[in-house]
Design a protein around this ligand. Sequence first.
Ligand code: SPV
Ligand code: MG
Length: 539
Amino acid sequence: MRKTTRFKQLLHSPELEFLLEAHNGISARIGEEAGFRGLWASGLCLSAQFGVRDSNEASWTQVLEMLEFMADATSVPILLDGDTGYGNFNNMRRLVRKLEQRGIAAVCIEDKLFPKTNSFLRGETQPLADPEEFCGKIRAGKEAQRDPDFCVVARVEALIAGWGLGEALRRAEAYVEAGADAILIHSARSTADEVLAFQREWDGRAPVVIVPTKYYATPTDVFRDAGFSIAIWANHMMRASIAAMQATAAEVASSQNLLRVEDRVVPVAEVFRLQGADELKQAEKRYLPRTAARTRAVVLAASRGAELGELTEERPKALVRVRGKPLLEHIVDAYNGVGVKDITVVRGYRKEAFDLVGLRYVDNDEYADTGELWSLKLALDEARGADQTLVVSYGDVLFNRFLVQALTETEGDLAVVVDSQWREGSNHERWADYVACTEPDSRRAFYRTIGLRRVDHAVPEAERHGEWTGFLKVAPSALPRVRELVDELLADPARRKAMVSDLLNALVDQGEQVQVVYVAGHWLDVDSLADIERAGSFA
Ligand code: SPV
Ligand code: MG
């Protein structure tokens, strides 16, 4: 249902309805969340939030801009306090058109002179508009509207300005005659007597709206019994926030510390919620390409690397220096180079030696009795709740950025990088994770989806299609499955030393598709002193 229609229904509902004041997007949203079925865009409060007076100091287009944010932030109708219509009948016509365009359901105009003054500031001295001129303005507004349910509420200021009930009734009568959808009868008295007297005499000729700011002590049932259409709580969101801001500002100023205010302010998470941060997160998943920014790297670096002898006495292999900086720093640079800055390092041996900042560290204190898969599990536990793509690699593997890029750009939810040129370059006899795939690397393979069949040092030479580089990609959709399987594997005490390759084989055995991205070189596994020398030129 259109907001205009909903507002019209509020006006004509047999119940007493309520509008809450709002003055910007967030206050409007809070009002709607509290259950209000409509909002009052108060002129006083819109001015106040700009830090100016309620004397048309903010231009009407500045008001309009704010209204657009308010309408966008909510689904309930908004009644604009349109002051005097910001000019004559002609300004009123344009105002109505613009309000309709911005999704505002209705406007209230008051029979005073531009620039107006707030009714509670020397109200008795304020001149009223000529009723005939004001009727022309109402007619112009009503004839300008395109949506048949857009409403114009005519506000009678006769009681504020010290005229009697008779003048108020005469004006109200004329305004309804001119086409007003409702009358707002305003009073600055501390009791409701005036508006109640008006309501009795008026006798339901059109819906009547009230603003009990000054007669706030009147029980709401009195308004209900009198048959008013809508009561407007006209400025309480603004006044509440001023009180809160003053208290907070004073506290922070005097204590020069945030400790005492922290519990009195909402957490930033609440700000994000009100802004709809969740929706954006969902939308990003649907519309953004899988960028590196949504990738988290997990670097497994818990083991010592005893094969490097005394080089790894003081520090783990990942911190052995190559070309003046630790291996890990080269790895971090490579990840950063493709935009991956969220990096989790699982450390174990000599964990205190890790001093690179800006990384997340996860400790595998049982590194001596556990394997890589244990480390991976710890990293997965740490990443619980995250919805990024994980790229897993090793703390002793140097690589070109291209490798990470190729991996993150593949379609597959699970993917590994396989070096199809494993025979060349490196030491033939060394320990390696050989890979059997659904198809060898070839020009044709480039256009096909290649799957992993097995990764194992024991893959017979005739079946080897390459060597696994240690790179594994896990997309968010595959994470639950991977977690489940890791937990299952590690539940068996005999498998505490399981490796990531065991996970890959288990995935394949269970029918999961693990996609293979072939590369030719572009990486280096540092397993020996000779590798360290090679690493120097690789880096
Ligand atoms: C407003 O909220 O701006 C109003 C109501 O117009 S009053 O301040 O009572 O005039
Ligand atoms: Mg006002």
